[in-house]
Design a protein around this ligand. Structure first.
Ligand code: SF4
Ligand code: SF4
Length: 87
């Protein structure tokens, strides 16, 4: 699992920190070139790859590269398989 934060895109709104259910991210006191405090990864082992941070980031500054697909997608794929098999 890799969590990438593009510091040049981050405007320091803190949405990702607030919404991450497992508190993986924190705001840092590090300034990006545009003068914003940026979000950083504090506890990557707690990341469940739910991708909520990607969804709420208004500036597309976060991307998650999961080793495995999240359970929700697997479930959808299984339902799709079942539908295909029923025709
Ligand atoms: S993918 Fe989910 S658990 Fe991982 S950092 Fe983003 S919000 Fe937190
Ligand atoms: S939601 Fe995006 S812009 Fe806001 S602090 Fe997090 S990474 Fe930065």
């Amino acid at each position: 699992m890799q969590i990438y934060i593009n510091e040049e895109f981050c405007k320091g709104c803190g949405f990702c920190v607030h919404f991450c259910p497992t508190k993986v991210l924190v705001m840092s006191n590090k300034l990006c070139p545009k003068g914003n405090f940026v979000a950083v990864v504090k506890d990557p082992d707690k990341c469940t790859a739910c991708r909520l941070c990607e969804l709420v980031c208004p500036d597309f500054a976060i991307s998650i590269e999961a080793d495995e697909k999240p359970t929700g997608i697997l479930r959808e794929e299984k339902q799709g398989e079942n539908l295909q098999n029923s025709f």
